[in-house]
Design a protein around this ligand. Sequence first.
Ligand code: NAD
Length: 257
Amino acid sequence: MGKLMEGKAGLVTGAGSGIGRGSALAFAREGAKVMVSDIDEEAGKETVRLIEEAGGVASFFKCNVANEEEVIALVEATVSTFGKLDFAHNNAGIGSVTAPIAESDTSDWDKVIKINLYGVYFCIKHEIIAMLKNGGGAIVNTASDAGLEGVPNMVPYVASKWGINGITKSVALEYGKKGIRVNSICPGMTLTPAIEMWRNAAPEQAKAVEASIPTGKLATPEDQGNAAVFLCSDLAKQITGVTLPVDGGFVAGKLQQ
Ligand code: NAD
């Protein structure tokens, strides 16, 4: 079997770290040309280096997804560098400050919504404009298990991720007949640098979390990247509007203790 994304080109946001880096590496491994994008130039360029070291093709474009003009420039740069936009993984996102809503700060709400929700809105809007010129494409957004259920003490984050899943389903309905598919991945806790640090600092707590996951394991950035690649590949040509948990079964139900 050939590589899943041979001949395709696209972009990944927040690709300087964690899930975005795992995704960019997975798309490149499967033969895609990847525009690696991040607000952190050094981190993004390191992802490009890792892709090139593995024999893949990538380029870097700095973009703050909360700024519509920068998102327009990112999409244009991808099309001018690689000739087209076949896929996009809208992944950049941040967490919120942990607090019950009555103790929360509205400025945190603004910050999280601006990056997580406006970011995905700007990206999808301008990616679709490019994909329509190209005869179609596939988009995957990074939501979260927190976009499928309630989670205490992180209302801005939860609201942003439910919003991303709502956008995903609605835009899938709008553009299915124009050849554009839109899905989201909903990661459970994933071994990104921040989670690795927490696991090293609090191993007992981490063990308890792992025990609550049906597979008994935390996800890796590669697991998330593989799901994004699958959803953007032709293998998933009949899949759109899906919000796919990539969480070892965590949201499937409660484990009997
Ligand atoms: P991370 O912090 O390791 O990586 C996020 C990257 O996004 C960083 O490189 C950062 O520079 C970049 N970024 C931040 N703000 C940006 C902006 N405004 N514009 C462009 N880039 C920006 O985090 P991660 O855990 O890999 O998170 C990636 C996505 O996965 C996020 O949307 C997050 O909500 C989601 N997620 C993560 C987990 C997890 O357990 N790690 C679980 C569920 C969902």
